[in-house]
Design a protein around this ligand. Structure first.
Ligand code: FAD
Ligand code: MG
Length: 331
């Protein structure tokens, strides 16, 4: 893997798809819309009306998942759970399945990935609005409410201690991309395509010209530049987390949105961005966030532990790169 790239901080991914050789039966069609607070891009190859059908199915499933997992939808499983005293009895099975994955990932990453940081995230948002740093007491109060392992999952019931609240922002888009690819892969008439939800992207099938899907990685400090492209294979999900994407500004200083559950402050591990490729989207999404907190050494140790199968590209704050052995090379 190339070891030095100037200003190489990963951002959202661009996708380069062939513009030629895509006519006739397998023509390329693209749909874009906003869902889960991000731009959703769907590119499909297929016959007849298959792509239109695929787009409609994608929009419907994204709306459904947003209705289950959004903090901003009052009736969502997560909003109801957060409002409740002790939990809810009737969560959707997809919510329970995702929370089970979140619990396993929290335990495996020694608590560095934790979906119960919602009240801490809200504190930092409020402090940004008020242009002040949180007090030590406020941080301690919010950290006392953290602990994905304290959620109790049983059938469709999700139980929680009072004060614990959930935010699936670091895992739900990855899960959604996996569910969408599975849906499209089983749609008659579609021969291949791609789904991107901002920081998570996956492909299925193939392109009519037989060439692989290529994903370009953008330099977020200059959105007109890319730092390289890599091949993404069917069955893989690529997720990217970074300290540049969302942040609040306090006294002129940016405080980014990935929080260290130990300190209560934004992660400061020496990494500016992390890209993870894994078979499961939730895993790729969660690990890209966790590694931002864990830093290079702990990430390398985690890889060697074999707890999860993945490849990672780490972008240090000085712009240099490190990567696991099997991470596809940037070109
Ligand atoms: P990631 O690195 O994947 O995740 C970071 C996010 O996870 C943080 O924003 C925080 O919420 C949480 N987090 C921070 N630290 C940790 C940690 N150590 N462990 C676990 N989690 C952590 N945004 C809007 O502006 N408007 C919307 O209407 C909106 N709706 C949404 C609906 C849904 C269903 C979802 C899942 C998200 C929604 N979002 C919305 C949020 C947005 O799309 C992103 O999910 C979010 O901003 C962070 O995603 P990311 O990929 O940039 O970062
Ligand atoms: Mg994530």
């Amino acid at each position: 893997m190339e070891t030095r790239v100037r200003c190489a901080v990963l951002a959202l991914v661009f996708v380069l798809l062939c513009l030629s050789g895509c006519s006739g039966a397998d023509r390329k069609q693209t749909d874009e819309f906003y869902g889960m607070g991000t731009l959703v891009t769907v590119t499909l190859y297929g016959e007849g009306r298959a792509a239109e059908d695929g787009f409609a199915r994608v929009r419907a499933l994204v709306a459904e998942l947003e209705g289950l997992w959004s903090l901003n939808v009052e009736t969502s499983d997560i909003a109801r759970l957060n409002r409740s005293d002790g939990g809810i009895p009737d969560a959707d099975e997809r919510t329970v399945a995702l929370l089970e994955k979140a619990q396993a990932l929290c335990a495996a990453t020694d608590g560095n990935f934790d979906v119960t940081l919602a009240s801490l995230s809200a504190l930092w948002q409020n402090c940004g609005d008020e242009n002040r740093l949180p007090t030590d007491g406020e941080i301690a109060d919010r950290l006392a409410r953290v602990g994905t392992g304290r959620l109790e999952l049983s059938g469709t019931a999700v139980g929680k201690p009072e004060g614990v609240t959930v935010d699936l922002g670091a895992i739900a888009k990855g899960e959604a991309v996996s569910l969408l690819i599975r849906l499209l892969d089983g749609t008659e008439g579609l021969t291949g395509g791609l789904v991107s939800m901002g920081s998570s992207i996956a492909v299925f099938g193939g392109k009519p010209d037989g060439k692989p899907f290529r994903v370009s990685v953008r330099d977020p400090k200059d959105g007109t530049k890319t730092v390289g492209t890599l091949t993404l294979l069917p069955g893989e999900v690529l997720s990217v987390s970074g300290d540049y994407e969302r942040f609040v500004t306090i006294d002129g200083e940016p405080y980014h949105h990935i929080l260290d559950p130990r300190t209560g402050y934004p992660s400061a591990s020496g990494l500016s961005s992390v890209a993870v490729i894994a078979e499961d989207g939730a895993t790729a999404d969660a690990l890209s966030t966790a590694f931002m907190v864990m830093g290079e050494k702990k990430t390398t140790d985690f890889r060697q532990s074999g707890a999860y199968a993945f490849e990672a590209l780490l972008i240090r704050t000085d712009g240099t790169l490190a990567g696991t052995a099997g991470m596809p090379a940037l070109e």
